[in-house]
Design a protein around this ligand. Structure first.
Ligand code: PMP
Length: 460
């Protein structure tokens, strides 16, 4: 029940929320989160929750990190804002760009800052287009992306995204994008097909699409090394090598979207290292500041930089950028955040505690409602099915997943339902003991859900 004049009632009256069913929101109101500490957040009723999704796949260093507050405060006092347009710069943005070039995979030498992952992917599209214009290839503009990929929600990045909810009703995607099969073996592997044969089939699909469109019309391939919003999909061994080889042969840029994977999430600093990806452009956000400040970056090759720079000479300027590109407070917080990740060994923690999380999640593999458990490091998912043998989902899609994550919330665990795959992505400071508590709370929610299904899924 929503009390009149409560925060809930005012929220319903005045705020329209992203990814929210507006009419349902009017009935049930928001969960109002008031503060956070470590891996926990607290609502306005004082209830404690483990933030098992670290908000939206972020907050690696946890909540209440004083060093980030101090870094922001220092920078706020010294220079709260300045832009980076027309030959202006400031120390925090310079230092963070330098740091990113040093820690990202070899061959990535230049940084362009944006405020969000969506804007970073728009920037990727614009850099790729500008680059091909510079090289005198004005027709080489299409992007290949994957069904189930998530790259943002602006008109361009939302076109790269391959998730129906982000496109239906918005007349997306724009026609410059071709979506191909995502390397989700459990869902899209054929009966009796090996992972190797599945990878071969996907490689053939990529080659066929390139042949059909013409390599001279395709600018880039974009993918998340490990998919996030599409349900935490870990590709088969060799998938990325094959994709890369085909793209190189056809002079197609490879873009790794590590907005979720980057800065240690899967147990290596970047997932590109883990999967042997040598991207031409790398997209970073979220964990770059542990989301204490909005910030994203595109890190790209010197070959791209040189062509774009030459073209800008011709046109007089590189006419792209945001008021807050490289914002001093955001970049200062980013620098401090990366220092904390290094000093506290959080990448190693994601590997070791992540292995514990993966093992514990796989303990649910034999549960009658669980089709598959997936993940690597501190990101994982449990896919809910009606029938383990046929992999059939419950009807309507998402209903059981929604029930399950709401029960988890009642048991003090915030997780996320992505089309009946329940995702886990806790802060990177989490301990094995805390992972066990995540698992215990999830087990209770799964029990409730099983009982509800047995009772015929009555309306809540
Ligand atoms: N790419 C990926 C892989 C993401 O997960 C997200 C956000 N979830 C984005 C891009 C878009 O980032 P933002 O929400 O900051 O625009």
């Amino acid at each position: 029940t929503v009390l009149p004049n409560s925060l809930q009632a005012r929220d319903i009256a005045y705020q329209m929320h992203p990814y929210t069913n507006a009419r349902r929101h009017e009935r049930i109101g928001p969960m109002v989160i008031e503060r956070g500490e470590g891996i926990h957040v607290y609502d306005d009723q004082g209830r404690e929750y483990i933030e098992g999704m670290a908000g939206l796949w972020s907050v690696g260093v946890g909540f209440g990190e004083k060093r980030l507050v101090e870094a922001a405060t220092r920078q706020m006092s010294k220079l709260p804002y300045y832009h980076t347009f027309t030959h202006k710069s400031h120390e925090p943005s310079i230092a963070l760009a330098e740091k990113l070039v040093k820690i990202t995979p070899a061959g990535l030498d230049h940084v362009f800052f944006t405020n969000s992952g969506s804007e970073a992917n728009d920037t990727v599209v614009k850099i790729a287009w500008y680059y091909n214009n510079a090289l005198g290839r004005p027709n080489k503009k299409k992007f290949i992306a994957r069904v189930g990929g998530y790259h943002g929600i602006t008109v361009a990045s939302g076109s790269l995204t391959g998730i129906q909810v982000n496109q239906k009703g918005f007349d997306l995607p724009l026609p410059f994008v071709r979506h191909i099969t995502t390397p989700h073996f459990y869902r899209f592997g054929l009966p009796g097909e090996s992972e190797q044969a599945f990878t071969d089939r996907l490689a053939k699909e990529l080659e066929d699409v390139i042949a059909e469109e013409g390599a001279d019309t395709i600018a880039a391939f974009i993918g998340e090394p490990v998919t996030g919003a599409g349900g935490v999909v870990v590709p088969p061994v060799g998938y990325w090598e094959r994709v890369q080889e085909i793209c190189r042969k056809n002079d197609i840029l490879v873009v790794a979207d590590e907005v979720i994977n980057g800065f240690g999430r899967i147990g290596t600093m970047f997932a590109s290292e883990h999967f042997n990806i040598r991207p031409d452009m790398l997209v970073l956000s979220k964990q770059i500041t542990s989301s204490y400040q909005p910030l994203a970056a595109v890190v790209f090759s010197d070959a791209i930089y040189q062509a774009v720079a030459d073209h800008s000479e011709t046109l007089g300027t590189f006419g792209h950028g945001y008021t807050a590109s490289g914002h001093p407070v955001a970049t200062a917080v980013g620098l401090e955040n990366l220092a904390i990740i290094e000093e506290r060994g959080l990448v190693q923690n994601a590997a070791t505690v992540g292995a514990h999380l993966q093992k514990a999640l796989r303990g649910f593999a034999n549960h009658p409602l669980v089709g598959e458990v997936r993940g690597v490091g501190l990101i994982g998912a449990v896919e809910i099915v009606k029938d383990k043998a046929t992999k059939e989902k419950f009807d309507p899609p998402g209903k059981v997943g929604t029930y399950l994550f709401e029960r988890a919330q009642e048991h003090g665990l915030i997780i996320r339902n992505m089309q009946d795959s329940i995702a886990f992505c806790p802060p990177m400071i989490i301990t094995e003991k805390q992972v066990d508590e995540v698992i215990a709370r999830f087990a209770r929610a799964l029990e409730d859900t099983q009982a509800w299904i047995a009772a015929g899924m009555p309306a809540a």
